[in-house]
Every structure is written in structure tokens, then in C-alpha cells.
Design a protein around this ligand. Sequence first.
Ligand code: FES
Length: 498
Amino acid sequence: MNSLWLSTANSKNFETLYTSLNADVCIIGAGIFGLSCAYYLSKAGLKVIVLEKDSIGEKTTGHTTGKITSAHGLFYNYLVNNFNETFAHDYLFANEEAISNIKNIIDTENIKCDFEYKSNFIYTTNKSEVNQIKAEVETVNYLGFPANFATKTGLPFEIAGAIQYKNQAQFNVISYLNGLCKAILNNSGKIFTHSTVIDVKNTGSSYITSTLEGNVESKFVVLASHFPFLNFPGMYFTKMYQSTSYVIAIEANQKIPYGMFISAKEPIYSFRTAKYQGKDILLICGSDHKTGEAIATNEKYKELEDLAKKYYPDCNILFRWNTRDCISLDKIPYIGEFSSFMKGVYVGTGFKKWGMAFSNVSANIIVDDILGKENEYKEIFNSKRMKPVKNRWEVKNMVVNTANNLVFDKFRIEPYNIEQIANDNGAIIEKNGDIIGVYKDTIGKVYAVKPICTHLGCLLTWNNTDKTWDCPCHGSRFDYMGKNIYEPAIKGLKTIKI
Ligand code: FES
């Protein structure tokens, strides 16, 4: 099922690129980050071309929950303890500025996107965690933001305590992107959709970004494709993994809470209201897991639906969708130059589920760099940072997991027989010593692919809710016919006749 945003605000399409063009900046990806860069750069008078392989915002941005906030869980004590107070302060105010920057764009360009200021609460139902919440309130206040401790939130269950951030925001992100597109075109920018980039080559004085049918020559390139699809020299696949979470939108048929809410500790659930056909509805999000992990995906939606029914027994489920996020190993986004060996190529990634605010933070840092201006937040998100990652558990986990999926699982899996696969289901079978990924559609027609990821060769897992082959190493996804949907892989899977 499509997300609420993609169902209610038509995602735009433009021409496909069939020719060779020149620009100052070529931006790869028309999600909120890529279009925010294009907006600021075109407004500054630069010649900008945006290349998108699908429709506008169709993938990651169109599947978010659309919350613009600096309240990223109980995070500021983590930042103070693992970095320092200045770092935590700058992280907080970079995100706060992003909220007002987005509001400014909405006002300047007169974008109708259901933007609303709301409080964001990080709550616990567990009395033993209240002291941690209070300590977070103290730290955030010390950093200069007036958060407060709350015990009343409007949630349909008792809480033990919460930290409240006022003046955070929410919107319909696809309507916002449609407004950005209009402004970019008015500023003489160009946008091409259904134009898949396959390579970026350095000519010495410029870069040639090639799509399947055309190319763009430019001095600067921005990789805004969620997970950078260029492996080298940046090697971001060694420093990030992807996480999938699930969202349902319900019509509650009773009073719903006014605000945005997220639990402080596992299991993480978040709530926000949204507009649908003139009514306020409730979004419930959570049940996350590492992308590509073999799980019964329908169970994830059921978990959210059970939660909704517990508090809103008469609710109707209107929409279900899932979303994915890149998480860096130190939990800080990578923003800036892709690598010291590719001057003029920029990246913004690892937004850790907070991509609405971070897309604007990133756009400002990168645009300032291209325009030769200083940006006070540039250093803390430095994409080329080499500092040892303090989160050793996460590093070890990622290395072991990737190694397992690259090598050992190919010998460890227990393949099915094709007869064992039910209609509308998929699994890996073995034939003449080769492993084959098989999906049988609802009438039993077989689609077979080589289930090895075209990024770096990990064994794929079957996702029966989305009917996709997902990679447990870095989160690439492919449809049942082998077409690549999500990066970092860009090539499709080999199809097999059986
Ligand atoms: Fe890297 Fe699949 S995404 S190997």
C-alpha cells in the first residue's frame, strides 16, 4: 500500500534525460535533500540539474512520517558524553534552524503542505526511566533550548514522564516537494525523472554524470540518493547500515492526541496526527529492524495494528507503509565532501530517521560550501571524519553480520523445493548446485532470479509483504523480477529461466 503522502499529494513526473547537458551542479536524487539543495542553489543563480530514477520523492522521502524536529530520542546526554557540550549544542541548533528554514521556504514559496507547529514528546511509561528523562531535560536546557518535563501528554495511556520540545513541526512532505519543484523550475533549474544515474566520472576539470540515456557535465555533483551508490573512494557501505520501520494511519473514531510522541526506550513507537479528507487521523510508527533481516513482515504491521486496536478499538486502518533509514555507526549524519579524492562531489546521508530536518541542515552546509561561504555546523557532521567510532558494539555487529552474509550463509541456508513455495510467496531453492531466488505470483507463475546482491555480493532474503529481495548487508532492495529499487546497488538481479 502507498503511503498517506503519496496517496494524497500526487508525486510529480518530468521528462527523462535523453541528451547531454551542462550545469554548475548536478544533483542525483529528487527526495527532500536533493530538492532542498536544488532550491537554494537555483535561488542563488546557479545552473542546476536534478536527476531522479523514479518520480519525485517516490522512495525514501515519500515513506517517512514527515516530522521536522530536533528531538531525536534521548540523544543530548549521549552527545555530551560521547562528544562534548559544544557538539551537542551545535547538533541541537542546526536542527532547530532547519525547522525555521523549512517554514521560511513554505511562506516564501506559498506552499500548501499542512505544515503545523506541534510539541514533540519523548515519553516513558516506566517509572525507573523518569530520572533519565529529567536528566535529558536538564541537559537540553543547559544547551540553551527550553524543554520541559511533562506528565500529561494526551496519549491514550498513562505515562511516567516525558520531555517536551515545543514548536516542532509536521507536514505533508510530498506537497512540500511539489512546491520545491515549482520554485526550482521558476529559478530556471531543470528536473528529470525516470533517469537512472549509472556513473559519475571525473574528467579533471568537471564531472560527467551518466544516466542510461544521457549525461550531465558539471563542476559540482551532489549525491542525494539516500545511500550513496558510488562505493569508492568514500566507502560509506563500511560505516552505515539501513533500518526498516513500519507505519499505519488510522481513523480513530474518538479523540486523538494533539502533538508528536515517541517512546524513550525499546520498543520504540511514535505517534503523530495528519490531515486526511478534512479529518485528523493518527499515524503510528515503529517495529523497526535491520533492513534485509529475515522476518515475517506482516507480523510487524500486526504489532502496530494490535497497538492501535488496544487504544482505539473502533479504528479503521487507512494506510500501511514502511520506510527505511541509513544509520551511521556513531549515530551522526555524514554531510559534506564525499571524499578528499573527489573534490566537488558532495554527500548527505546517515540521517538516522530524522531526514526532514537533516535534509535542510545538509542542504545548507553543502550549498554554503559550493558558494564559498562558511557554515558553522560543517565540522560536526564532517563526512570525511576519521575519528574512531565509540560505538564498538555496533561496528563489530556490522562487520560480523556482513561477513556472514557475504560468505557463510550461502552454504548455511536450507533451500526449499519449488513445490514447497506457496502462491504469492518466495524462497531460495537449489538446482544443479546453484541457488535460485523464486517468487510464485498469485496464480503460480514463477519468477526466478540470482539472489546475490549486485552491490557487493551478499545473499538476499525474501520479503513477502513487499514481494522484494532485500539485502541484509547494506540494505539494497530488488523487486521480484530483479529490478533494483533501493541503493546502494544500482544494477538489477540476473533473471533465470527454470
Ligand atoms: Fe551491499 Fe547488498 S547492499 S552487498
